[in-house]
Design a protein around this ligand. Sequence first.
Ligand code: UDX
Length: 438
Amino acid sequence: MHVAMIGAGYVGLVSGACFSDFGHSVTCVDSDARKIDALRIGRIPIFEPGLSELVASNVAASRLSFTSDLALALQEADVVFIAVGTPSRRGDGHADLSYVFQAAREIAHAIRHYTVVVTKSTVPVGTGDEVERIIRDTRPSAEFAVVSNPEFLREGAAIADFKRPDRILVGSEDERAKQVMTELYRPLYLNQSPILFTSRRTAELTKYAANAFLATKVTFINEIADLCEQVGGDVQDVARGIGLDKRIGSKFLHAGPGYGGSCFPKDTLALIKTAQDHGSPIRIVETVAAVNDQRKRAMARKVIQALGGSVRGKTIGVLGLTFKPNTDDMRDAPSISIIAALQDGGAVIKAHDPEGVEQAKMVLENVTYVDTPYRAAEDADALVIVTEWDAFRALDLQRIHTMMAQPVVIDLRNIYRPAEMRALGFRYHSVGRGLAEA
Ligand code: UDX
């Protein structure tokens, strides 16, 4: 089939490349001509493991191409995806749908034959109705159907998540459109990935419900971790103990500094707004968002307490800046709030991250970036592990100990074990494992 993918960002580029890898003919469209030029010479604007190779092989096989000309991309398209950004609107948390509606208007002008228009971006309930209205009003004679097909891709694992999804969710009650979507996803369907058909609004809401539930699960174990520090429990054992219950499941029960990224913070806020706007507030998710915000600042206090109550004039090494490993994405990364709070307390920050430094430079100030974890530890009064990159999991701890001004480690991702660290002479603090040290 012929697919047009509008938006060559995290979602659009991964989805477009994977569809072309299934054998479909895909044209990725982006209004940013520089991004299109870069993609045409094989330069991928985002860090996503495996994406560069996937794009290159499908461009070489003439199944994947890039253009800024949406009308051209739609000439042969059976399906056009809207995979543009839906950022949180400044100040009020509603999703900014201006890029979605602009794409809808351009699609309306470009359609030449029956086309399935798919919202792949995460959009509030009812957006598909609005997209349909815009296209119908712009081109009353156009033959089309609007379908919701949310993605469930994790950054850093996006290609695997696309090719081996737990489910494919299609929101449509139009039989012809459902046939087209079944044909489009046939390669996955044959691999046993279930296709779930719901109404369009149900599919839109399901996407938010999924992310809000995952954010709730993470926040739940984070609060259990805080309680563990008061009662002397081990949150990793609690997570194992509840996670073995198949009704709970073991994933997303790793306590840490709070969730970040381009999705959980934005999607929880958008769901909260939708629910409030419809007079049916989701109070659990409102609490999750508030607790998560407070947690990032609380992590800075944990560091300050580990250094006796003040970090003024202290040098602090930070390992990991990105919101999670295997990405360069700094959006809503806990490191941003943590570093700002430590700097407010007078600390001097040195930081190392395998991939995130370029993005970090755009959001952090007065940070010295170093190219290895050991340089971050050198002469530091404390070393704080904020992101659980694999590169931090087997450090030469003896060497770290000798390089530091003070052997204080605050491990916000529970990468190391308290007993081992203390045996090596570190004053070791982590999240939810035993009584919090004064
Ligand atoms: C998420 C959803 O997982 C994905 O399905 C959706 O399509 C987009 O949003 P992503 O934002 O890439 O994906 O990251 P994810 O791996 O879900 O982690 C989100 C945040 O939760 C990160 O800050 C991560 O550090 C945190 N997290 C996750 C935890 O703190 N503990 C966990 O156990 C899992």
